[in-house]
Design a binder for this molecule. Structure first.
Ligand code: V47
Ligand code: SF4
Length: 364
């Protein structure tokens, strides 16, 4: 499918990259730099749309899902995080197993996916998380449980004095189906050391995902951008993810997360523009030729920019969500949840065919 003719891309200095995209060839780091430097973000967006359309046509996926954050108490204190509280501080909370089940019952959704994540709590032990998973599985046997970022898995392993692989195997036996993509932030160490020095390193994050893939647990991936990282750091992150997927296939989806600045200790000199966010999503689609889905996470992007992202390489809109805390503590202005009907109308409204999926990205 050719959305614009070759002369257009040649005039934009993208002749060779256009040819590579048309031929389905892999883009290099330098190609990525070229895409970031191209004076016309719409040209980059249309190339990403070409790649996205080849994979998914005009489909835009969504899922009936529920997010549950079990605690905001976290030992890591990442500089960008507005959600975290110190142990014992005002506003800290921990949900019990019964609280988690009550959240599910209150939502009354019959979700296809439950997304459970939280801070790295200093005292919650693995047995508690096994109980959570068993209780959720018993309540929702058909639902995919996507829970615990690689950072939480590494933290549980440190608390238990065992390997992340053992943690993954125990959680899988208790009902864990997938890992979410959080905690990747930016892999480049000089940036990572400034924004989240206590968190699992890039190598640890990647190792946990690759071990999960070996156990048959598929995973997602993210990138937090628009803070102190450079565009080259973003490309480095994308290339490392692509290499990880080559080594150990199992990433289903990539979620670009623009940094939301409210209530954060991290001060940013040049806040993201909407177009830079869209360009970054487009570059991600073009670089990540081996990850099938790019998620326009409406909670962090805002609904209108998430809709625009569907024309800049993204194909998934995430879901009904129900209640979200991490982005909203940081100033997300989106509402808390969307209904299936609202999601479908939003996707149709931007010229896409809405397709409901399950937690494993199978069409329903
Ligand atoms: O890892 C924290 C990010 C992530 C801020 O796997 C922030 O399907 C922006 O990973 N501004 C958690 N972002 C969310 C996440 C996620 C969300 C939806 C779906 C999936 C999935 C994963 O949120 C954290 C961090 O990168 N984050 N603070 C902030 N101020
Ligand atoms: Fe903790 Fe996650 Fe917030 Fe970092 S981003 S402080 S690991 S909750």
């Amino acid at each position: 499918m050719q959305l614009l003719n070759s002369d257009y891309y040649a005039n934009m200095g993208l002749k060779e990259i256009h040819a590579k995209v048309q031929a389905g060839e892999r883009l290099s780091f330098e190609d990525g730099q070229h895409l970031f430097e191209c004076p016309e973000p719409l040209a980059v967006g249309s190339l990403a749309h070409l790649a996205r359309t080849r994979l998914h046509g005009d489909k835009a996926f969504y899922v009936v899902n529920q997010h549950i954050n079990y605690t905001n108490v976290c030992v890591n204190g990442c500089a960008f995080c507005a959600y975290q509280r110190e142990d014992g501080a005002d506003g800290g909370f921990v949900l019990s197993v019964d609280d988690v089940i009550a959240r599910i019952d209150d939502a009354g959704l019959a979700p296809r996916e439950i997304h459970i994540v939280g801070g790295c709590h200093p005292r919650l032990r693995l047995a508690f998380f096994e109980d959570v998973l068993r209780a959720v599985k018993a309540r929702l046997p058909q639902t995919v449980i996507k829970a615990f970022t690689a950072v939480e898995i590494a933290h549980f392993a440190a608390l238990e004095g065992c390997s992340p692989r053992e943690v993954l195997a125990r959680l899988q036996a208790a009902g864990l189906d997938m890992l979410p993509g959080g905690g990747a932030e930016i892999f480049a160490s000089p940036v990572r050391e400034r924004i989240c020095p206590r968190k699992a390193t890039a190598a640890q994050w990647l190792a946990v995902h690759e071990q999960a893939h070996e156990l048959g647990i598929r995973t997602n991936s993210t990138m937090l951008f628009g803070h102190i990282e450079s565009r080259d750091d973003r490309l480095d992150h994308l290339v490392r993810l692509r290499e990880s997927q080559d080594r150990s296939p199992g990433y289903t989806c990539f979620i670009p997360l623009p940094f939301l600045t409210e209530n954060s200790k991290l001060k940013v000199k040049n806040p993201l523009t909407g177009l830079e966010t869209l360009r970054t999503i487009a570059v991600a689609r073009l670089m990540l030729d081996n990850i099938p889905h790019i998620k326009a996470y409406w909670v962090m992007l805002g609904i209108k920019e998430a809709q625009a992202a569907l024309k800049f390489g993204a194909d998934d809109f995430d879901g009904t969500v129900v209640e979200e805390k991490i982005g909203h503590e940081a100033g997300a202005t989106s509402q808390q949840g969307l209904s299936r009907a609202e999601l479908r109308a939003m996707l149709r409204g931007c010229g896409c065919t809405p397709v409901e999926r399950d937690g494993r990205f199978n069409e329903i």
